[in-house]
Write a protein that binds this ligand. Structure first.
Ligand code: AMP
Length: 116
């Protein structure tokens, strides 16, 4: 059984967070340490620790993350100029919170994908 993270408490609204979108499968909230003018974290409501734990049963929630990202980008006014979606996995991917999530970043030119 995977251990819950702070994201489960945000999903259940047990701790304060600026939730910008929530439905039966996913929740999206503003990142506490934004790296761009719009920086939203989109998470499945069920706990999947990392991309390595994904199974076919999760496909509806994972697909919904993209639908939510498109809706949120439109609402944030960043859809036309563009944005970046990032999913980090484990140590080399830079994952800090072990509840799978997608970063939605936009509002300025984001530069090259990876800094070397
Ligand atoms: P990652 O490195 O991909 O695991 O990203 C985790 C992200 O979660 C970081 O960008 C953090 O700033 C963000 N984060 C951690 N705690 C919170 C919180 N309580 N509310 C909003 N974002 C958070």
């Amino acid at each position: 059984m995977a251990e819950e993270t702070i994201f489960s408490k945000i999903i259940r609204r047990e701790i304060p967070s600026e939730i910008v979108y929530q439905d039966d499968l996913v929740t999206a909230f503003r990142d506490i340490s934004p790296k761009a003018p719009s920086h939203i974290v989109i998470v499945p409501n069920i706990l999947i620790p990392t991309v390595n734990d994904v199974t076919a049963e999760h496909e509806a929630a994972l697909g919904r993350m993209f639908t939510a990202a498109a809706k949120i980008a439109e609402r944030e006014g960043i859809a036309e100029n563009g944005f970046r979606l990032i999913v980090n996995c484990n140590r080399h991917g830079g994952q800090e919170v072990y509840h799978l999530h997608m970063h939605l970043l936009g509002g300025r030119p984001l530069g090259p994908l990876v800094a070397f």
